[in-house]
Write a new protein. Structure first.
Length: 134
């Protein structure tokens, strides 16, 4: 529900999650909800400059370590109090970071499944949003 009712939503993730982010973006367009997909530094800066406490940034991170290399962006989000939601397969991830919500797709880290849980989640979230919108 939060994604549907939030003013602006952006999704960011590592390379393999960006395809899933675009799939989610496309799915949400069917219910007339625009989602930004952050694919580069320019878009990151734009989102950080324009988003605020009424918006939402979703981080798709298979292993939960996305902000390890994006500490500056993370600090800017915290400074502006932009709500952050982490979706990850790694139950022990990002303990030193603050997220408004963390969704763990698995109860333990299992490298052999690849990003399959994330793919299932991307399908689920779109179908759930469509059901809630009807």
């Amino acid at each position: 529900k939060r994604i549907i009712h939030t003013n602006r939503v952006a999704i960011v993730g590592s390379f393999d999650c960006l395809n899933l982010a675009r799939d989610i973006q496309l799915g949400f367009l069917t219910i007339h909800k625009l989602i930004d997909v952050i694919q580069n530094e320019v878009k990151w800066n734009e989102v950080i400059q324009t988003y605020d406490t009424n918006d939402l940034i979703i981080i798709l991170s298979n292993y939960g370590n996305f902000f390890i290399n994006e500490k500056e962006s993370y600090q800017e989000c915290l400074k502006k109090k932009i709500p952050l939601c982490l979706i990850t397969q790694n139950f022990n991830s990002m303990e030193s970071f603050y997220f408004e919500q963390t969704i763990y797709l698995t109860s333990k880290r299992n490298l052999s499944v690849g990003n399959y849980p994330m793919r299932i989640f991307s399908e689920y979230i779109v179908r759930r949003a469509i059901a809630l919108r009807d």
